[in-house]
Design a protein around this ligand. Structure first.
Ligand SMILES: C[S@@+](CC[C@H](N)C(=O)[O-])C[C@H]1O[C@@H](n2cnc3c(N)ncnc32)[C@H](O)[C@@H]1O
Ligand SMILES: [Zn+2]
Length: 217
């Protein structure tokens, strides 16, 4: 029989984080202890509804109000952190974040992507998508105040740059010299695509219809 070691859960340990006022916006979530890279910090909880239901809930919202507790899981489901949500709904956006959101079996988790020191505010990149119908001042409406040196100024994803036509001749398919490199590149592209598919996708549509202030604390 396998030997049973002591429980890894240390009773009485302080929680990993707390919610308090943030210099970035409203409330934020701050580390109380050192959080190691790779730690699952929390799960984003709330009412799981369809996009239609999320739209209907917040249809009266001012279109210039960027506040949202809605988190898009996929094309079918949105989590409304404003209804039955937990402290995860107070994690602010950051352009050079210390956390990342990941989707596992349609559940959203927030994971530390580097070691976080006590007192640091937790943040992940909301990656709010752009929409062809966005007003010209959309980046003003979604202005980012994360304060990072690398701040892109907006909580929306960076606008796509028009693709330049390559003047270089494509390498021959059967070239020995290129085969290994080309294989490596295509694999990493696949990985990047996988990574993208598990990060936060908050559509403009749902962001636009979210309720100001959300649920009272
Ligand atoms: C999930 S809530 C985060 C908690 C929020 N601070 C609060 O007190 O309710 C997301 C909203 O917070 C605001 N927010 C989050 N990060 C921000 C940032 N970096 N710059 C400006 N506003 C931000 C936006 O209004 C956004 O829609
Ligand atoms: Zn920023």
């Amino acid at each position: 029989m396998a030997k049973q070691g002591p429980s890894k859960k240390r009773p009485g340990r302080r929680p990993l984080f707390e919610v308090r006022h943030s210099p970035v916006h409203g409330y934020g979530v701050f580390a109380l202890r050192r959080i190691r890279k790779g730690t699952t910090v929390t799960e984003y909880l709330g009412d799981r509804v369809s996009h239609e239901e999320a739209d209907a809930r917040y249809e009266d919202k001012d279109p210039d109000d960027n506040h949202t507790f809605l988190f898009t899981v996929d094309s079918k489901t949105v989590i409304d952190g404003g209804v039955g949500g937990n402290d995860a709904r107070f994690i602010n956006h950051g352009c050079d974040p210390n956390c990342e959101s990941t989707t596992i079996n349609k559940r959203i988790f927030v994971e530390a992507i580097r070691t976080i020191q006590p007192g640091e505010e937790l943040a992940y990149d909301y990656q709010i998508e752009r929409d062809p119908e966005d007003p010209p001042n959309v980046d003003e409406i979604f202005a980012c105040r994360c304060g990072a040196a690398k701040c892109r100024g907006s909580m929306l994803v960076a606008p796509k740059k028009p693709r330049k036509k390559s003047l270089r001749k494509p390498p021959a398919r059967d070239s020995k010299r290129t085969t290994k490199k080309a294989k490596k590149k295509s694999r990493s592209r696949v990985r990047a695509a996988e990574r993208r598919s598990v990060t936060r996708r908050e559509t403009r549509r749902t962001a636009r219809v979210a309720k100001r202030g959300g649920a009272a604390r």
